[in-house]
Design a protein around this ligand. Structure first.
Ligand code: HEM
Length: 307
C-alpha cells in the first residue's frame, strides 16, 4: 500500500468525522461497532463470493435485510447517519465499505487514548446481505466460551486476537440489550480507551472466587441470574446508585481465568500497551476481512488521516 496515493477527499472526510465523533460520543461508538459488524459477516464456513464473502464489503450500510436482523440492534438508528455521510462523498469516488471501516477507525481514535489502526482504502462494495449467523451473541445461546472462540477462529482470529478485540468494550454502552439497564456501560470510563474493562472483569471473577458459597449478595456467585452480578463493580454507581458497569454474559464467559482468552484478558488488565498493540494488529485485519490478499496489496494507505 501507498500512503502518498490516499485520495484528497479522505482528508475532508477525516475532518468531518473527527468533529462528528468528538468526545467518543454515541455516533463514534456506534461507528466502531458498525465497522465490526460489517466486517465480521465473513466466515470461512460460509460460501466464498465476491468481493469479500460478506466481510468488509459495506453490506451492512447497503442492505436493509442485513441491517434489520435483531443482532444489529440498535445500529438501525445509526445507519441513516452514516449513509447520509456516504451519500455526501460517494460522487468523489468514496466507497461504502471504505467509509464504514474508516469511520470505525476514526471512532476508535476519537476516544481518549484511542489507538491508531492502520487504515487502508480501496474496497469493493456489495449490497448482498452477509450470511446470517456470523455475529456473536452476548446473552443466552451462543454466548458460551466454546461457541464464541470457534466463531472468531472461523474469521481467522486467534484467542489473543479475540481477547484484544473485546477490549473495544472499553468504550461501549448497551442500548438494545434487554438484560441490562438501557445505556449501561461495560467499563467505568466509557469515553476513555483504557484497560478498565479488563480490570472490571477480573474483579468479577475475583468476587466469584471469594464468594463461592454465598449467593446472598449481588455478585457472580452462582452465575444464576447474571444481571444480579452485573452490578457496577468499579463504576460510578455502586449498588443502588445510577447505572454503572454491567457486563455481558459473553464477556464474563470469555474472561474466565485458566482459559486461553481469559489469560490474555488478564494480561491486558495489567498492560495497556499490550492491549493496544494486540488490538491494533487484530483490528487492522478485521478491517479487511474476506478480501483476498492480492486485492489488499493494491489498496492505498490513509492511516495518517486517522492520527
Ligand atoms: C463476543 C464478541 C462480542 C459480543 C457478544 C458483543 C456484543 C455487544 C453488545 C450486545 C453490545 C450492546 C449493543 C446495544 O445493546 O446497544 C455491544 C456494544 C458494542 N460493541 Fe460489542 N460485542 C462483541 C465484540 C465486539 C468487538 C470485536 C468490537 C469492536 C472491535 C465491539 C465493539 C462494540 C462497541 C464499540 C459497542 C458500543 C456501541 C455503543 O456504545 O453504542 N464489540 N457489543
Amino acid at each position: 500500500s501507498n500512503s502518498s496515493a490516499c485520495p484528497a477527499v479522505w482528508s475532508t472526510i477525516a475532518k468531518d468525522l473527527k468533529s462528528s465523533f468528538s468526545g467518543c460520543n454515541n455516533n463514534a461508538r456506534s461507528a466502531i461497532r458498525f465497522a465490526f459488524h460489517d466486517a465480521a459477516g465473513y466466515s470461512s464456513k460460509t460460501p466464498v463470493y465476491a468481493p469479500a464473502s460478506g466481510g468488509a464489503d459495506g453490506s451492512l450500510l447497503l442492505s436493509s435485510e442485513e441491517l434489520q436482523r435483531p443482532i444489529e440492534n440498535p445500529l438501525q438508528s445509526f445507519q441513516p447517519w452514516l449513509l447520509a455521510k456516504w451519500n455526501q462523498y460517494k460522487d468523489q469516488g468514496v466507497g461504502a465499505a471504505d467509509i464504514v471501516q474508516f469511520a470505525g477507525n476514526v471512532g476508535i481514535r476519537s476516544c481518549n487514548g484511542g489507538p491508531v489502526v492502520q487504515t487502508l482504502i480501496g474496497r469493493e462494495d456489495s449490497s448482498t446481505p452477509a450470511p446470517d449467523g456470523t455475529l456473536p451473541n452476548a446473552f443466552g445461546p451462543g454466548s458460551d466460551y466454546e461457541t464464541l472462540t470457534q466463531l472468531f477462529a472461523d474469521k481467522g482470529f486467534s484467542t489473543t486476537d479475540l481477547a484484544a478485540l473485546l477490549g473495544a468494550h472499553t468504550c461501549s454502552q448497551a442500548f438494545a440489550a434487554r438484560q441490562i439497564p438501557r445505556g449501561a456501560a461495560q467499563d467505568s470510563t466509557p469515553t476513555t480507551w483504557d484497560n478498565n474493562y479488563y480490570q472490571g472483569l477480573q474483579a468479577v471473577h475475583q468476587n466469584k472466587k471469594r464468594d463461592s458459597n454465598n449467593d446472598a449478595d449481588n455478585d457472580v456467585a452462582d452465575g444464576a441470574t447474571w444481571s444480579r452480578f452485573g452490578r457496577p463493580d468499579n463504576g460510578p454507581g455502586g449498588p443502588g446508585g445510577p447505572p454503572g458497569v454491567y457486563h455481558f454474559q459473553s464477556d464474563i464467559n470469555l474472561s474466565q481465568p485458566n482459559t486461553s482468552v481469559g489469560s490474555e484478558m488478564q494480561r491486558f488488565a495489567t498492560s495497556l500497551d499490550g492491549f493496544n498493540s494486540a488490538f491494533v494488529d487484530a483490528m487492522g485485519r478485521m478491517n479487511l476481512l474476506g478480501i483476498p490478499a492480492d486485492v489488499v496489496s493494491g489498496f492505498v494507505d490513509c492511516t495518517s488521516l486517522v492520527e
